[in-house]
Write a protein that binds this ligand. Structure first.
Ligand SMILES: Cc1ncc(COP(=O)(O)O)c(C=O)c1O
Length: 370
């Protein structure tokens, strides 16, 4: 398979480790290894201290899967496959789709969610948000055809932070069930709802032919562990996913799995820490956005660590971001990396550095006269 470059990841590869000020990261403040070890219970410390760096169980460490299963209703550790989140997308798209199939996917979005399908000669229809960057399920239903094999959704959404209502999600599942369509749900930012009432059930809980993706990278501030999982109650799909993993990583990293168990035994603490940082940062961004409303169309999302406001400026979003990183070392993501035609930039507000970076960004904006 020939696959197109992943534009967002190429942009990060260029700037993430050279630009000193990251204002677009989607992960929450990364946890220090020492902090995680300090949270570990006696059993986990014993696992850590006696860890043999051997191959691990391909499906994932049973204790890790047990902790993951506690996060869902009606999901057992047999319904889970531990892998790298991005690997989960690649595996699922290869397992669920064949050349010629039609899929509908939220757009703009994390590129692999539709690119793997497109590169495997599937036809992709984009479920686009309306004017206020809100997703309307009727627009999704209008895109379904007799050949639609898969609906791919991602809520809380990257990049807009958008959500849909529980009843809209139920309508999607009902429609998919009636038409025998599988649903792949990227839930990487789940549990970061600012109001718990807005939290959606996981698709793997609602739908017997649903596959949910989640992981430790965003909500729990542990992207360096490279630990995620796919959850599905469909045994046939689960078996095919497990078999596919033999061609990617075979099994997960032994140290990461043990650190993952420690993390999930402290999941509320880690999540609350991320949410605390997000809340503090959002207050600063909202005040900033109110002062900058002449060019910035800010709307606070309901969940997650990112937003995608429109910008009313003369130059392209790509030129704006290139100049900003070149002159001030501040990294923002332009809408071009999402192949999105509206001029937007992605802000990330899950990191502790935002209170330092935002005033520098504002000084730059003032100096440029936006
Ligand atoms: C929506 C979405 N899905 C999947 C991933 C992949 O996660 P990871 O980088 O941990 O593999 C990301 C990462 O940015 C994401 O934003």
């Amino acid at each position: 398979m020939k696959i197109k470059p992943f534009k967002l990841e190429r942009y990060f590869a260029k700037h993430e480790f050279s630009a000193p000020y990251l204002l677009s990261s989607s992960d929450c403040e990364p946890v220090m290894l020492s902090e995680l070890l300090a949270l570990a219970d006696g059993d986990c410390l014993a696992l850590w201290n006696n860890l043999r760096l051997a191959y691990t169980e391909s499906q994932g460490h049973p204790l890790l899967r047990e902790e993951i299963s506690k996060m869902y209703a009606g999901i057992s550790k047999e319904d889970l496959l531990v892998l790298v989140p991005e690997e989960g997308i690649f595996a699922a798209m290869n397992v669920l789709l064949e050349s010629g199939d039609h899929i509908v996917c939220t757009f703009p979005g994390y590129q692999s969610l539709y690119q793997v399908a497109e590169s495997n000669n599937c036809r992709v229809s984009k479920w686009l948000p309306g004017k206020n960057l809100e997703f309307n399920v009727e627009d999704l239903f209008a895109l379904l055809t007799d050949r639609t094999k898969l609906i791919v959704i991602n809520f809380p959404h990257n990049p807009t932070g958008g959500m849909i209502s529980r009843s809209d999600l139920e309508k999607i599942i009902e429609t998919a069930r009636k038409r025998n369509i599988t649903v792949f749900s990227d839930e990487m930012y789940r549990l970061l709802e600012y109001d718990e009432k807005d939290r959606l059930p996981s698709v793997c809980e609602l739908y017997e032919n649903g596959v949910s993706l989640s992981g430790l990278s965003k909500t729990f501030g542990l992207p360096g562990l490279r630990i995620g999982w796919l959850a599905t109650r469909n045994k046939a799909i689960q078996g095919e996913l497990a078999a596919f993993k033999d061609y990617t990583t075979i099994c997960s990293s032994a140290p990461s799995e043990v650190l993952g168990i420690m993390a999930l035994r402290n999941k509320e603490k880690l999540r609350d820490n991320s949410l605390g940082i997000i809340r503090g940062n959002l207050a600063l961004i909202e005040a900033f956005a109110a002062r900058q409303s002449g060019w910035l169309d800010w709307k606070t999302p309901k969940a997650g660590s990112i937003a995608f406001p429109g910008i009313r400026i003369k130059e392209s979003a790509a030129d704006f971001c290139e100049q900003l990183v070149r002159e001030k070392g501040i990294m923002l993501l332009p809408s071009e990396v999402y192949d999105y035609s509206r001029k937007c930039v992605r802000f990330g507000f899950g990191r502790k550095s935002l209170p330092e970076i935002l005033p520098m960004f504002e000084a730059y904006i003032t100096q440029k006269g936006y």
